[in-house]
Design a protein around this ligand. Structure first.
Ligand code: DC
Length: 233
């Protein structure tokens, strides 16, 4: 009897995937993994080691450096959420700044980077009981996930949410810069050759433009509970 299922949440940038994934994991007592944090961790490493110069990723050098990049998660005492460690150092704050957001899609388009991270993501989810959010979770990382959700929201709604989030953190940015970054990333993420962002055929589409966090979570919990009871029969 299988009691814990695998939940894959994919979608565009800043449409509330992580918030939903975190809420679902908390309600179900599952592990939550933000796979985007891992791509951001590799990007931060590249920036700190001069492997991105003049907006260009030094692809060969970054691929050669991949074995030196160790990523893991630790549960924060303060927030209760898993936070990213890069070579043993907590970088949860550093990976969220615009300098990283502006480069991460280029790094995420590199096949070797994806191979390394997908392998690690599968290891994290091998026992089920996980909610992972990203771009290729339902299509590539866990194609057999019992529940797949594809989240979307209108661009302007996403701009406002990300702008508020960054401003609250004290990061100075304009709405236009946020919009440009989201559009660039959506374009790069959906058109790249390696595991582009696509809605898996069996993913449930959830447009949360008109939903608040609680309403969105309620819908997702209903889907999850139905599948959990089916899986344990
Ligand atoms: O979810 P996020 O914005 O933190 O993701 C950062 C970037 O990483 C995003 O531009 C796309 C990429 N990404 C990816 O290609 N595959 C994933 N599973 C997760 C994120």
């Amino acid at each position: 009897m299988k009691e814990k299922i695998t939940i894959a949440i994919d979608g565009y940038s800043s449409c509330g995937k992580s918030t939903l994934a975190r809420g679902l994991a908390r309600s179900l007592n599952y592990i939550f993994i933000d796979s985007g944090a891992m791509y951001r961790g590799v990007t931060l490493y590249a920036l700190e080691n001069n492997l991105i110069a003049d907006e260009q990723v030094q692809k060969t050098a970054l691929i050669a450096a991949l074995p030196s990049i160790a990523l893991s998660f630790e549960r924060s005492e303060l927030s209760g959420h898993p936070e990213l460690l890069l070579n043993g150092q907590n970088v949860e704050k550093e990976i969220r700044v615009p300098r990283v957001s502006n480069q991460v899609s280029k790094v995420a388009a590199i096949r070797e980077v994806r191979e390394k991270l997908v392998e690690e993501q599968r290891k994290l989810g091998r026992h089920g009981g996980i909610v992972m959010d990203g771009r290729d979770i339902g299509s590539v990382v866990f194609p057999d996930a019992e529940l797949k959700l594809f989240i979307t929201a209108a661009l302007e709604v996403r701009v406002e949410r990300r702008f508020t989030e960054l401003t609250k953190k004290g990061i100075e940015i304009s709405r236009n810069e946020v919009r440009e970054n989201l559009q660039d990333r959506d374009h790069l993420d959906s058109t790249r050759a390696e595991s582009p962002l696509i809605r898996a055929v069996d993913a449930i589409l959830l447009d949360n433009s008109q939903l608040n966090r609680e309403e969105q979570l309620e819908i997702a919990i209903k889907h999850a509970k139905k599948l959990i009871s089916k899986a344990s029969r």
